[in-house]
Design a protein around this ligand. Sequence first.
Ligand code: HPA
Ligand code: ZN
Length: 336
Amino acid sequence: MDALEDFIRRLPKAELHLHIEGSLEPELMFALAERNGISIPYASVEEVRGAYAFSNLQDFLDIYYAGAGVLQTEADFRDLAMAYFERAAADGVVHAEIMFDPQTHTDRGIAFGTVIEGLLAAMAEAETRLGITSRLIMSFLRHLSEEAAFETLGQAEPWLARITAVGLDSSELGHPPAKFARVFAAARAKGLKLTAHAGEEGPPDYVYEALEVLGVDRIDHGNRALEDEALVARLAQDGMTLTVCPLSNLKLCVVGDLAGHPIDRMLAAGLKATINSDDPAYFGGYVADNYRAVAEARGLSRADLVTLAKNSFTGSFLPPEDVARHLVAIAAVAGE
Ligand code: HPA
Ligand code: ZN
């Protein structure tokens, strides 16, 4: 391990943008397919990895939803999340706010309770055994209807105390945030925090909508906000957290190459950017890999890396006293 990698791993970090279904590694996909007697259209782990070449978000989503089909039982969801927590802990992640897509599972006959109870079991184990705290973000699939999102919010009712926020993911183009204005208002009325993918493939207008119509607490991705100077100024002024995902941006062709990634432009513009892995099993890297790849490609300084790590806690949904404790731990590693 070289000095950069060592520094990145030792920095306490929060992951704020992680789809738990996107942490399904091909090895576990095969193991679960076998355990559940499900056939998958691949002969080997290598063949699965070979299929992971995407030219846009939809390309990826088609494969990602198909892969999630091996997840059947509470134990499957627990094993999936536990594998993520082990990997994240090894990267120096001490807090994770994980998204899950209930509709990906309920639409194929898996009960909402099966999904969330498996995830909650892993979250409890991760806290006691690995010392990682976590929160749940329930994401609505934006290619489905408002009515379907309301139905999902209703199914979540018995577990609302265990869910911190709602999110909005899946196919962005053609499904603007405003489509879910009423569902997000209902979620807010229930005391949930709000976040939405915006500006990954969608235009700056979608970022405005997420802010103004949904009233989000965070923006997931937000890359295309950079096309609008007034929007950048407003995001900076508001201290709005952007959950940026460099390797995802590369693999989904949001950027042509990492050398052209705007992470340092975001920081220079005063944007509260964070580094996250999005769907690490599909995009070739967990949190530390994302820090490292973009640090090397853009020549980020140690001070930049410290800022990004601090932003991950100040942008989290943790209470202020927990944020303060993590900031002290970062300062100790940074030698501040
Ligand atoms: N964008 C939208 N939906 C998603 C993503 C993403 O990057 N990952 C998983 N669902
Ligand atoms: Zn995402």
